[in-house]
Design a protein around this ligand. Structure first.
Ligand code: DGL
Length: 253
């Protein structure tokens, strides 16, 4: 493992690209393997034990590929599996955390909407985070599993997407949210649809910038920070059975 080794970014599909965007901003030279586990998507409605098994196998692939660090760019897989895989592998594994703290800091006592997958909302990691902020803001948590599929199919702001969200938000029509925490990495791609469904734009927060900063700190500390030019990319999509087909785009490094 050296500074030229790639950083692995892992998600069930395209959601992790919202994290990659933040990583690229502060780490423009890193070689990247983007691993989209489309074969097993969506994660958000699976059992935690299944997500642990899948994440363990995917981390093993990326480690075998020589990754120097792995970002689990998925709130669901982080909540279910990050602790388990961190204990098993020696490379740094960075997870995603819903940006609840920055939202509360910006809107103390405010009304905060948290959108995530059912699993993320059910697991103790999030409960702990919300309990830490207890009394500091008013939280409304809504599971939005269908939004993952809309984003995957490119329906970022279609009428169907907006109608789906309107239905989810209808029990809260009397509430005006100050902030919306996007607790799933697919959701930053759907902010226009969320605003249209609410009828206004709350301030959006996502965990991508925090994860990118943690990755940057770790690479700096371990002195494996890459500063060269022409970073390479591999995009790996597990939906395809043939090994070469799986590597959708391979720009050598
Ligand atoms: N992008 C993922 C997340 O952050 C999961 C989406 C899914 O596969 O359900 O939670």
């Amino acid at each position: 493992m050296c500074k030229y080794s790639p950083v692995g970014i892992l998600d069930s599909g395209v959601g992790g690209i919202s994290v990659l965007k933040h990583i690229r901003k502060i780490l423009p030279s890193e070689n990247i393997i983007y691993f989209a586990d489309k074969e097993n998507a969506p994660y958000g409605t699976k059992k935690p034990s299944e997500i642990i098994k899948i994440t363990d196998r995917n981390v093993a692939y990326l480690e075998e590929f020589g990754c120097k660090a792995i970002v689990i760019a998925c709130n669901t897989a982080t909540s279910a599996a990050a602790e388990t895989v961190r204990q098993k592998y020696r490379i740094p594994i960075i997870g995603l955390e819903p940006a609840i703290k920055p939202a509360v800091r910006k809107f103390p006592g405010g009304k905060i909407l948290l959108l995530a997958t059912p699993i993320t909302l059910r697991l103790p990691k999030l409960e702990k985070l919300i309990n830490e902020m207890h009394g500091e803001a008013d939280f409304t948590c809504i599971p939005a599993p269908g939004l993952v599929g809309y984003v995957e199919s490119g329906n970022l702001c279609s009428e169907e997407t907006v109608q789906y969200l309107k239905k989810l938000f209808s029990p809260y029509s009397s509430v005006k949210f100050d902030a919306c925490v996007l607790g799933c990495t697919h959701f930053p791609f759907a902010v226009r649809a969320i605003s249209r469904a609410l009828g206004y734009s709350p301030v959006f927060f996502d965990g991508g910038a925090g994860a990118a900063k943690r990755l940057c700190d770790i690479l700096n500390k371990e002195k494996i920070f890459h500063t060269g030019n022409n970073p390479g990319y591999i995009v790996w999509n597990t939906r395809f059975k043939n090994h070469l087909e799986r590597l959708l785009y391979c720009n050598k490094f």
